[in-house]
Write a protein that binds this ligand. Structure first.
Ligand code: SAH
Length: 366
């Protein structure tokens, strides 16, 4: 006989089959999953939610990923690049409003001028905040030297989504060339870890060609790579991308949303002390999407502090929320929404991954 959800939720290690069962749970069983993940989250991080002020500083990208609205081949998007002053002003806003941390994200570029510019910005952010702002970066695949240079300039967390951990699925979502090689991306995660970053990854959920078994594999991948942080959310089609032609084969948006919540809940049970972000894409489907994710397991939220006039152009997917808001609108709105799910913003804290420090300690003892 198959294990019941109650039995599965008592196990120390979840198998691929257990995860598939949890992803397929409905009704009472689904609620059991969420009750357990909420319990695990409370036990490990209480009601605290860490803020990361997100600056999407440029949508200029050398890559051509088939799902992404800012891919190089999309000629319809207006390209922008914030000035250094605009980026530093956004970081100052985060500092003055006690966000604790910022995230710098952009399209993927890899050249010496870009590397140096980011180094300068990191140093600038450290300076304007007296070293107090934590910095996460999400700037794609780079060389070991570049990762080191940015680490030394003050970035201490790096987010690089593997996007899909099954190489076969990955190859259907990207051009088949050197710039989009699964193994290079994987190797970058290893380099980031070796450099000393708290390392984050993630996937999209509800992609064309993706099975529930692939999703179970994604969670096992995160566990096996012993990742420190995860950001994952629903795939949302974008009109000017090659994957758009599969739109009729996708799960309905509400199902992609629900699968994303289940992925977060299961991961929270599997990896109790990592940081899990409530992805913005959740909010594109459900206005309370991120708060729902916080309730059942996520503990990080990334309020957008990109100057409003640029937000429209960082459209990775359709229906991206809050693109006409200013940073101030976001802040008041978020605090109120979080209180609805009994969560409290941890103002002024870095909110590092506990998992990272536990691993360091174990390493130190060896
Ligand atoms: N260039 C950076 C990050 C920028 S995009 C890098 O390569 O890491 C940030 C994330 O948005 C991507 O990692 C991807 O997972 C997500 N994304 C892109 N297109 C999307 C879509 N159509 N639906 C949902 N998420 C998408």
């Amino acid at each position: 006989m198959k294990d019941s959800i109650t039995q599965i939720l008592k196990k120390d290690e979840l198998s691929r089959n257990d995860i598939v069962r949890l992803l397929a749970s409905e009704g009472e069983e689904r609620l059991q999953l969420f009750t357990e993940s909420e319990r695990v989250k409370k036990e490990n991080s209480g009601n605290k939610v860490y803020y990361r002020g997100l600056v999407e500083f440029s949508n200029i990208c050398d890559k051509d990923c088939y799902y992404c609205g800012i891919r190089r081949g999309n000629k319809e998007v207006e390209r922008y690049n914030l000035s250094d002053k605009e980026i530093l002003d956004a970081a100052r806003y985060a500092y003055e409003n006690k966000y604790g941390s910022v995230v710098l994200q952009s399209g993927e570029l890899s050249n010496p001028a870009f590397t140096r510019r980011v180094t300068r910005l990191l140093e600038g952010i450290k300076k304007l905040s007296n070293g107090e702002l934590g910095i996460t970066i999400s700037l794609g695949e780079q060389s070991r030297q570049t990762y080191r240079e940015w680490f030394e300039a003050g970035a201490h967390r790096y987010l690089l989504r593997i996007e899909a951990s099954n190489p076969e699925l990955y190859s259907k979502l990207h051009p088949n060339d050197e710039l989009h090689d699964f193994h290079s991306r994987l190797n970058c995660l290893k380099l980031l870890r070796e450099t000393g970053y708290q390392t984050g990854t993630g996937v999209m959920i509800g992609l064309p060609f993706q099975s529930v078994d692939d999703l179970a594999g994604d969670l096992l991948f995160m566990k096996e790579t012993d990742i420190d942080m995860v950001g994952m959310g629903p795939y949302i089609e974008h009109a000017s991308t090659p994957l758009k032609k599969y739109k009729n084969e996708l799960l309905p948006l509400e199902e992609r949303f629900d699968l994303s919540l289940k992925m977060i809940a299961i991961l929270r049970i599997m990896m109790k002390d990592i940081n899990i972000a409530a992805a913005t894409a959740l909010q594109a489907i459900d206005p309370m999407g991120r708060e729902k994710a916080i309730k059942i397991g996520a503990n990080v939220i990334m309020p957008n502090i990109t100057p409003g006039m640029y937000r429209d152009s960082y459209n990775l997917y359709e229906n991206k929320p809050c693109t006409d808001d200013s940073a101030d609108d976001c802040k008041g709105c978020l605090d109120a929404r979080l209180s609805m799910v009994n969560a409290e913003p941890a103002y002024g804290e870095w909110g590092d991954s506990k998992h990272f420090y536990r691993r360091q300690k174990i390493k130190g003892k060896r």
